[in-house]
Structures are given as structure tokens and as C-alpha cells.
Design a protein around this ligand. Structure first.
Ligand code: UD1
Ligand code: UDP
Length: 356
């Protein structure tokens, strides 16, 4: 079997690392990796391939920094050339980025089977570019690898039980990654010592709805400035947000650093007090490492975290963020329930693919 993997954005490298390692255990499966180039800074791309020992991509399409349509369109054309050349049996895509949709759509139009990892997640907010990518990718995928019960239910509600798709709740592949790399991260990362971190709040911001709206961004920065007076806030800043942060009226007084690699972020997750984020991945990682999380959005695809009280949806309003911060830090939480499987998602996916 020849698998062609399409990745392009930071969270996809972290997920693909797991499956690439599983694939390498099977002599009769080969993998070709296409990097669309969507993320390209060293700390947004190369660092993950190096640290996580992901095989070097066979193709880098260098498509980035464009509008949604232009980015997706150029990816379609370039991925098509590579698929025609490589003739894979299956194309694997991850998550909900423009690279995901481009990979799935190109493959499907060439009658190549598509496996979508992280299928069925929904925010029910069709203004999010990611929601459009999710819905469309699921609709044309042959294998729908769902991470949670909720994601299975979402697909059933959309009528997927009557389609030909192969739907499986396999657990969350990011748990595999967190478990595997957290065993070695303390040896590999010196970030806690180097930045002298203790009792801090870890924060990331990159969602288009927050970064591209100056009032919302200012309101979030305001809340973080306030929190920083009681508890040191540290923000590895996404390049998207870096481009916008200087244009708003309120100036950050908390610590901003460059985006960090996976070992560093794991160590920061292990040592922080609380996470504030609009990232999808970081919401779950907060839970994996037993930390409460404030989500800087009005909705989440990882709804079980909110239902169980580990995560609070605060949106962008300063007061709501502050009151959520005070509330969550007072709460006693028992993180000993399994919401995302057993950390063997990668193995399960490969076994299902081999069976078919
Ligand atoms: C993308 C995904 C989002 C995901 C996020 C992960 C889409 C629609 N969005 O958002 O779902 O959560 O990745 O981080 O696919 N930039 C750099 N250097 C880089 C990467 C980006 O400077 O290495 C700049 C780009 O030039 C662009 C901006 O950041 O101006 C946004 O990048 P883009 O890939 O369009 O979207 P993300 O916000 O990263
Ligand atoms: N991450 C990282 N370094 C950082 C910030 C995040 O390695 O400086 C990791 C984070 O731990 C998670 C993934 O990147 O595994 C999440 O990616 P991101 O927030 O960019 O995208 P999303 O999950 O929202 O799609």
C-alpha cells in the first residue's frame, strides 16, 4: 500500500508524526509526504520535522500567505501533479486547514481514496474557514477517523450512516503524540530553566476571528495584561498575530516569545498553572497535562471538555476572561477520565487501513 500524506500547518505535523512512525513499522506500506508550504517559518515547520523525527517531505509546494481561495486553488493544482506522478492507493489528510481540503478534493477528483483524521468535529459556525474545510472534507472522505463520541454523533446527524463512508471512533491522535513525546521532552527542552518559569499562564492566540478584529484582539490583550499582574503570562506568538498586535491601541505587558517547538510547549504545559487559548489542539493538551483551560472563542469542537468543566468558553470579552480565570483556578478538577481514547489511535488507524 502506498499512502500519500498531505500536511501544511503546524498541528498537522504533530499529528502526522504519529502515523508516519506507525507506517514505518510495516514493510509493505510506504509513505510519500507532501508539505503544501502553508506554514514555512523554521519554528512553525522545520523544527517539528527535526524534533519529532518526521521523514523529510518528498514535496514542498511552497504555497502560503494567500487568501483562502488563492491558497486552496494553487494547492489543488500542485497536489494534483504530485498525485498523478506518485499514484498512491490512499491520501491521508488531517484536521481542518486549507491544506486539508486541498488534499482531499484533489485526491477525490482523481478517484483516489481519502482518509480524514479528525473527522466529524463541528463548531457549527460556518463563518469559520476551518468549519467549511471540515464539512467539505468529511463529505468526500472514504475513511472518517473520528476522535470522539461527539464527532461520531455529528456525522450521524448529517446522515453519514447511510453513505458508503467507513466511520470509526479511533480516539485522538494528539494523545498518542503527547504521551510519546512527553517521555523525552524534559531532557530535550530547557525552556523552563532558561525563562525561569514558575506558576505561569500559558497563552496562544491565532484564530482569524480574534486576530483580524482589532477590538477583539485589544480586549483579549487587555485581559492578559490584567492577569499578568497576578500571574505571569507567557505567549509564544503565532506569526499571524505578530503581524496584527502592533496595530492595536493597547500594548502587551506580558512576555511574548517566538513560537516554540513541541518539546518546549509540552514542558510549558507540564509546568503552567492554566492555559488560555483559541487553539484547537492546545485545549486538549491542557487537559492531557491536567491543566484548566480558558478558550478564547464562543464555541469549541471539543465540547466534552466544557461539559466536564475542564474548559470554559470565554470568547474575547475582557471581563469574562478575567472571571473565568478566577473561577477555574479555584476549582478542584479530577482529570482521571478518558475522553480521547488510549493513546493508540495511530496503530488503530493503520490496522483499519490494512483490513480494507
Ligand atoms: C492555519 C489554519 C488554522 C490552524 C492554524 C494552525 C486555515 C484556514 N487555517 O491558520 O485552521 O489552526 O493554521 O496554526 O488553513 N505565517 C507566517 N509564517 C508561517 C505561517 C504563517 O508568517 O510559518 C503568516 C502567513 O504569511 C499569513 C498568516 O501567518 O499571513 C496566516 O497564515 P495561514 O496559514 O493563512 O493561516 P493560520 O492563521 O496559520
Ligand atoms: N504548539 C507548538 N508551539 C507553539 C504553539 C503551539 O508546538 O508555540 C503546538 C500545540 O502544542 C499543539 C499545536 O501546536 O500541539 C496546535 O497548533 P495550533 O494552535 O497552531 O493549531 P490548531 O490546533 O488551533 O489548529
Amino acid at each position: 500500500m502506498k499512502i500519500l500524506t498531505v500536511v501544511g500547518a503546524r498541528p498537522q505535523f504533530i499529528k502526522a508524526a504519529v502515523l508516519s512512525r506507525e507506517i514505518s513499522k510495516h514493510e509493505n506500506i510506504s509513505e510519500v509526504i507532501i508539505h503544501t508550504g502553508q506554514h514555512f517559518d523554521k519554528n512553525m515547520s522545520d523544527i517539528f520535522f527535526e524534533e519529532m523525527e518526521i521523514p523529510k517531505p518528498d514535496y514542498n509546494l511552497e504555497v502560503n500567505s494567500l487568501s483562502h481561495g488563492a491558497m486552496t486553488g494553487r494547492m489543488l493544482e500542485k497536489i494534483e501533479n504530485a498525485i498523478i506522478k506518485e499514484k498512491p492507493n490512499l491520501v491521508v489528510v488531517y484536521g481542518d486547514t486549507n491544506s486539508t481540503l486541498a488534499g482531499a478534493l484533489t485526491a477525490k477528483k482523481l478517484n483516489i481514496k481519502v482518509a480524514h483524521i479528525e473527522a466529524g468535529l463541528r463548531s457549527f459556525n460556518m463563518e469559520m474557514p476551518e468549519e467549511i474545510n471540515r464539512v467539505l472534507t468529511d463529505r468526500i472522505s472514504d475513511f472518517l477517523f473520528c476522535p470522539t463520541e461527539t464527532s461520531v454523533k455529528n456525522l450521524l446527524n448529517e446522515g453519514f450512516n447511510s453513505s458508503n463512508a467507513n466511520m470509526h471512533n479511533v480516539g485522538d491522535i494528539m494523545l498518542d503524540s503527547a504521551l510519546f513525546y512527553s517521555k523525552i521532552s524534559s531532557k530535550k527542552s530547557k525552556i523552563i530553566q532558561n525563562l525561569d518559569l514558575c506558576d505561569f499562564a500559558l497563552c496562544t492566540i491565532h484564530r482569524e476571528e480574534n486576530t483580524d478584529n482589532p477590538e477583539r484582539l485589544a480586549s483579549i490583550i487587555n485581559a492578559l495584561n490584567n492577569i499578568n499582574n497576578h500571574c505571569k503570562v507567557i505567549v509564544p506568538l503565532h506569526p499571524r498575530t505578530k503581524k496584527k498586535i502592533n496595530n492595536i491601541k493597547v500594548k502587551p505587558i506580558f512576555k511574548i516569545i517566538e513560537p516554540v517547538g513541541y518539546f518546549d510547549i509540552i514542558e510549558m504545559l507540564k509546568h503552567c498553572k492554566i492555559v488560555l487559548t483559541d487553539s484547537g489542539g492546545l485545549q486538549k493538551e491542557a487537559y492531557f497535562f491536567g491543566k484548566p483551560c480558558i478558550t478564547l472563542r464562543k464555541e469549541t469542537e471539543w465540547i466534552e471538555l466544557v461539559e466536564k468543566g475542564f474548559n470554559k468558553l470565554a470568547g474575547h470579552d475582557s471581563q469574562t476572561i478575567l472571571s473565568s480565570f478566577n473561577e477555574l483556578l479555584k476549582k478542584n478538577m479530577d482529570f482521571n477520565i478518558k475522553l480521547y481514547g488510549d493513546g493508540k489511535t495511530g496503530e488503530r488507524i493503520i490496522n483499519i487501513l490494512i483490513e480494507h
